[in-house]
Ligand binder design. Structure first.
Ligand SMILES: *Cc1c(COP(=O)(O)O)cnc(C)c1O
Length: 408
């Protein structure tokens, strides 16, 4: 089949919820993707912040091989397996968390977090303590509960009624958050760095203030690190980068940037579907057998691969490189002399470029220059390349992007 035939076949049979790029991808290596016509693209999307270790990574292949050798792709959560236990241990060791629950995606992780928060609210504050406070421009997923906390009319309106009991405050505005708080709130959910909403980092004051607000009202603080977590910002977890106590702080008890629950997914298993809900003991304490579950979640293949990813990305030298490469990328972007650039922002290798034109125009033109890009909202270009992208490749990305911006 040639590219045109693949595209026509797909359009004939696949539900049209995605706008797809006008080529067919065939293989990948490192930070480069190749289409069926043999064209190479430097990938600044990484499957939307999923492929942290890029393509065709030897370590990932080895981990998959090891898992396959057991012959068990799946066994059900009715049974113990070592990879499942070892991944949970590793996630707890590198974070505030005491317990972990696995699921299969980011939206599902947030659904689980909401269920646990409501269980916690009921246990400690009675039947009315079930409200969730979320923020403007948030993105928490497409399922009914996660969507209810994702305040975008285009995503929400066709599917109402959504899950009730969600209220909103202005992102990065503590007074607004305070005005929405009362004793009925069981949880505050926030992305330390908003992804889909345009790459906006929470200020340290905002995050620390939400921690205080949650404590004041006996509510839980949930960080959605589905996009910004697992090394993306140069810290294993984005919120750990806010802590000034020590570099590589593993936020032990009492840190003002520490949540009660953290949700993770996208890059966790190198492209295999997984989600994780990390939590403190006091959350785990209110959950009983049978409260929640999933058929596929936490299987031996995905958890073994995720262990490899977290172990590698969590190495101090790996995180230091992400930070250095992020700085290089930002510095080079700042040197682009284009009237279309309004602002460059972000952390580590999670960068947003706000434009005075439609980001889609840049994305489309980028394909012609051998660059895979994605937007985050109508006017923001988002760069979330594989964390293993090299300095040389970053130079090439910026050269190509410069040509695209000058052509528009
Ligand atoms: C992508 C994303 C989600 C949803 O994850 P899915 O795996 O697509 O369900 C939730 N929160 C954030 C911050 C995300 O970026």
């Amino acid at each position: 089949m040639n590219a045109q035939e693949v595209i026509e076949l797909e359009q004939a049979h696949v539900l049209g919820v995605y706008g797809r790029a006008p080529f067919v991808l065939e293989r990948g290596a490192g930070s480069t993707l190749y289409d069926t016509e043999g064209r190479a693209y430097l990938d600044c999307v990484a499957g939307i912040a999923v492929n942290a270790l890029g393509y065709n990574d030897a370590g990932v292949a080895q981990a998959i091989g090891e898992a396959l050798a057991s012959g068990m792709l799946h066994v059900s959560n009715l049974y113990h397996t070592a990879p499942h236990a070892r991944l949970a241990e590793l996630l707890c060791a590198g974070s505030f968390a005491d317990k972990v629950h696995f699921c299969n995606s980011g939206a599902e992780a947030n659904e689980g977090a909401f269920k646990f928060a409501r269980r916690y609210g009921r246990a400690h504050g009675g039947d009315n303590k079930v409200e969730i406070l979320a923020f403007t421009n948030a993105f928490h997923g497409r399922t009914m509960g996660a969507l209810a906390a994702t305040p975008r009319p285009k995503y929400q309106d066709p599917f109402k009624p959504l899950m009730p009991g969600v209220r909103f405050a202005e992102f990065n505005d503590l007074a607004s958050a305070r005005s929405q708080m009362d004793e009925t709130v069981c949880a505050i959910i926030v992305e330390p760095i908003q992804g889909e909403g345009g790459v906006h980092a929470a200020t340290p004051e905002f995050l620390a203030g939400l921690r205080q607000l949650a404590d004041e009202y006996g509510a839980l603080l949930i960080y959605d690190e589905v996009q910004c977590g697992v090394g993306r910002t140069g810290a294993l977890w984005a919120h750990q980068g806010y802590c000034t106590k020590a570099s590589g702080c593993a936020c032990t008890d009492g840190c003002q940037f520490e949540p009660d629950i953290l949700t993770a997914a996208k890059p966790l298993a190198a492209g295999l579907p997984i989600g994780a809900i990390l939590m403190r003991q006091r959350v785990a304490d209110v959950i009983e057998k049978g409260d929640h579950g999933s058929t596929f979640a936490g299987g031996p293949l995905v958890t073994h691969v995720a262990h490899h990813v977290v172990n590698r990305v969590g190495q101090p030298h790996f995180l230091a490189e992400v930070e250095a490469k992020g700085r290089l990328l930002r510095d080079l972007l700042e040197e682009i002399n284009s009237p279309h650039i309004v602002e460059i922002r972000g952390k580590g290798l999670m960068v947003g470029i706000e434009l005075d034109i439609e980001a889609a125009a840049v994305v489309n033109r980028g394909y012609e220059e051998g660059l895979i890009l994605v937007n985050a909202g109508p006017n923001v270009l988002r760069l979330v390349p594989p964390l293993v992208i090299t300095e040389e490749e970053i130079h090439v990305v910026v050269e190509r992007l410069t040509r695209v911006l000058h052509a528009l």
